[in-house]
Design a protein around this ligand. Structure first.
Ligand SMILES: Nc1ncnc2c1ncn2[C@@H]1O[C@H](COP(=O)(O)OP(=O)(O)OP(=O)(O)O)[C@@H](O)[C@H]1O
Length: 243
């Protein structure tokens, strides 16, 4: 399995935010990670990526446990955090050099890795601008660049198109569709049309629990829409119905 969560639990103070979350992603799967605001999607992603320690349970990426083999697991993983920010004084080029060197690329392999993502994401026109100067769309592209710099087999993308204008959204969705043919992707989104378009599998979270882990084809309605199933499965109290 490329992504595996087993019994993940996380509380903040007395608030149980992630409750016994288990699921897995086979190689090549494109999974939509859906749920209402506050369901625990970002927290689960942080647990999977090792940015946050679980209270209980385990997570593995590319077959490597994120706690016991963090370097191997992270080598397999590109992560786009929610509302990615920071490094505001670096230009996109400096940011990509930093990301590439942090992944162990130096000299020609570093230049090659950067030129690959610059071409793939179309970062060329903005390479000399600092992240602090960039619009949200360009900043999101730069952060996607750092997630892809080492060409990882697994991508965890937290609301990748959040806040982008329609043109940027279309561009990014096209890129994700291209990437989906050769990567395992777990992506959260509130835009159900995006999951309809890009994902083949869905995991729905409500109140910290997995309330559905299903092929998209099994929950869309006759018109291919997800909204009816989403509303039914994630309504308040739905999580309590899960055995
Ligand atoms: N560091 C933290 N300290 C305290 N509470 C937190 C922390 N991080 C998240 N929470 C809480 O955990 C709950 C789940 O948050 P999380 O961001 O994981 O949800 P989400 O499903 O990603 O929501 P959204 O769709 O709005 O981004 C929320 O109630 C949030 O306030």
């Amino acid at each position: 399995m490329q992504i595996e969560a087993r019994g993940l639990c996380k509380s903040f103070a007395a608030h149980d935010v992630v409750k016994d979350v288990s699921f897995s992603a086979e190689p090549g799967a494109v999974i939509g990670f859906l749920g209402p605001n506050g369901a625990g999607k970002s927290t689960t992603m942080r647990l999977l990526t090792g940015c946050l320690a679980a209270d209980r349970g385990t997570a593995s990426i590319g077959g490597y446990d994120i706690d016991r083999n963090p370097l191997e697991a992270r080598a397999c993983l590109g992560y786009l955090p929610e509302a990615a920010n920071g490094f505001t004084s670096l230009t996109i080029l400096e940011f990509l050099i930093f990301a590439a060197e942090a992944r162990g690329f130096h000299g020609k392999p570093c230049r090659d890795a950067i030129s690959r993502v610059v071409d793939m994401i179309g970062l060329g026109p903005a390479l000399g601008q600092t992240l602090g100067q960039l619009s949200k769309g360009w900043r999101q592209r730069a952060w996607l660049g750092q997630a892809l710099i080492h060409d990882p087999p697994v991508l965890i993308l937290d609301e990748p198109t959040d806040g982008l204008d329609p043109l940027q959204k279309t561009h990014l969705r096209k890129l994700l569709a291209e990437l989906s043919s050769r990567k395992t992707i777990l992506m959260s989104t509130h835009i159900l049309e995006e999951a309809e378009e890009l994902c083949d599998h869905l995991i729905l979270l409500a109140e910290g629990r997995v309330v559905a882990d299903t092929r998209k084809a099994d929950v869309v309605d006759a018109s291919g829409r997800l909204a009816p199933a989403f509303l039914r499965l994630t309504q308040p109290g739905a999580a309590h119905a899960v055995p």
